[in-house]
Ligand binder design. Structure first.
Ligand SMILES: C[S@@+](CC[C@H](N)C(=O)[O-])C[C@H]1O[C@@H](n2cnc3c(N)ncnc32)[C@H](O)[C@@H]1O
Length: 403
């Protein structure tokens, strides 16, 4: 592979924004890809994948390069040189690479790779937390898997089409897909592609949604005609899936504390041909109290550490703080306690997270079941998904029934 100067500059600019200005990797990459209209798909792929990979392995590469944050531009070039050397890329004779000690880099890499927190490039506290909660063996496998690039998975919108027709339509746009066993609505891309540019996407035939996430709406056991509340709906990945499982019949109330997220859901719902969703911002306890005892089904897709989806958000390793994880556990208990009151007697609720930590998952459900409100519920089943076992995102979901 030959390095192109303008693409490498784009990578360095992106890293500067992510590491030094606290910007989110996905947003930075989106902006970078708009920089030069002449870039082809290979150029764009190089910029996106290189930025993601260096973000993913920041700790390891910085340690090898012997630089410390905050990184100035020279430091970022040194980190870049480590990445390129380890990839076996011949460094051009640019001034940034004049003193690159290639042999030393490989030696340092072999040495540091023996230590998990460097090899997997994670902060000490996440490494300690993960191994404390999952045990050394599971955590070692899990964090390794969470450092791999995630596949692109689509969820077919059964309100508009079916898997076969979607596959054919995508094929006509040069995108090859395959089905996944045990994931009835999923198609996996054989090669990465910008699916958002396709006619099929614009026509609302699919959404991009990881295979594990697709299991959540199914878990809630919804039927057409039901009254369903999705109380942490965000931009509605799972709300849209619920709507298609309900065949657009019945009522879905999508709620969130952020109006901006629900506005995105509105746009997505229009594209998906979904018209049974009502959106409500949670700006007081009123909208919740109004629904006490009314819902046939309730989805609590709780805010969490995101320690199951690091493949998609590698920068979360550096943005996440121990206090945030502690606080979010408190929020999880509160949302379980307050929102479960919306479930009617005989109704069901799913508590889900995209975390692999038992303390955010089964432990939270166990604690809830012993509380005053929780005593009215019983656990029907739960599912713990680890990335290294499933090949998809780490997730947790529990189905509870109100007596
Ligand atoms: C895991 S995300 C939801 C993802 C979404 N369900 C989807 O499938 O795309 C959690 C959501 O909970 C929202 N949230 C955080 N605290 C909340 C609270 N106290 N009550 C309701 N929603 C909350 C966040 O804004 C965020 O959108």
């Amino acid at each position: 592979m030959r390095l192109h100067r303008n693409l490498c500059f784009a990578v360095i600019d992106g890293l500067h924004k992510i590491f030094n200005e606290g910007e989110y990797a996905d947003k930075v990459i989106q902006q970078l890809l708009k920089r030069d209209k002449r870039w082809g798909s290979r150029d764009r792929g190089f910029v996106a994948e290189t930025v993601y990979e260096i973000v993913r392995y920041q700790r390891l590469y910085a340690e090898i390069a012997n630089v410390k944050a905050p990184y100035d531009r020279d430091n970022l070039w040194r980190i870049f040189a480590v990445w390129a050397t380890l990839k076996g890329i011949k460094l051009p004779d640019w001034k940034y690479f004049t003193d690159t000690p290639s042999r030393k880099i490989k030696g340092r890499f072999d040495e540091l790779s023996k230590i998990r927190k460097y090899r997997e490039s994670i902060p000490d506290w996440i490494d300690e937390l993960g191994s404390k909660e999952l045990g050394e063996t599971e955590w070692t496998k899990e964090i390794a898997k969470q450092n791999e690039q995630a596949d692109v998975i689509l969820r077919v919108n059964t309100l508009k089409t079916n898997k076969k027709d979607l596959q054919l339509k995508l094929q006509s746009e040069d995108i090859e897909t395959e089905t996944l066993p045990n994931h009835p609505y999923a198609l996996k891309l054989k090669e990465r592609a910008n699916v958002f540019m396709t006619e099929a996407f614009k026509d609302g035939w699919f959404e991009v949604q990881d295979a594990s996430s697709q299991l959540v709406a199914d878990f809630l056991d919804v039927k057409p005609g039901m009254k369903v509340v999705d109380v942490c709906a965000g931009a509605g990945g799972k709300t849209l899936h619920l709507a298609s499982l309900m065949e657009n019949k019945g009522q879905i109330i999508a709620m969130d504390i952020y109006e901006s997220k629900l506005k995105k859901l509105k746009i997505r719902a229009r594209r998906n041909g979904v018209h049974n969703i009502e959106m409500k911002v949670i700006d007081s306890t009123k909208p919740i109290k109004k629904l006490h005892g009314k819902a046939d089904r309730l989805l609590i897709d709780a805010p969490c550490s995101g320690l199951g989806v690091l493949r998609r958000n590698p920068d979360a390793k550096w943005k996440l703080q121990p206090e945030f994880v502690e606080n979010i556990k408190q929020t999880q208990q509160e949302v379980l306690e307050q929102y479960s009151k919306m479930v009617k007697s005989g109704g069901k609720m799913v508590y889900a997270t995209c975390s692999v930590l038992p303390s955010e998952n089964q432990k939270q459900v166990e604690k809830f079941l012993t509380s005053e409100t929780g005593k009215e519920f019983s656990l029907i089943k739960d599912k713990k998904i680890l990335a290294h076992k499933s090949g998809f995102d780490g997730f947790y979901m529990a189905l509870l029934e109100k007596k």
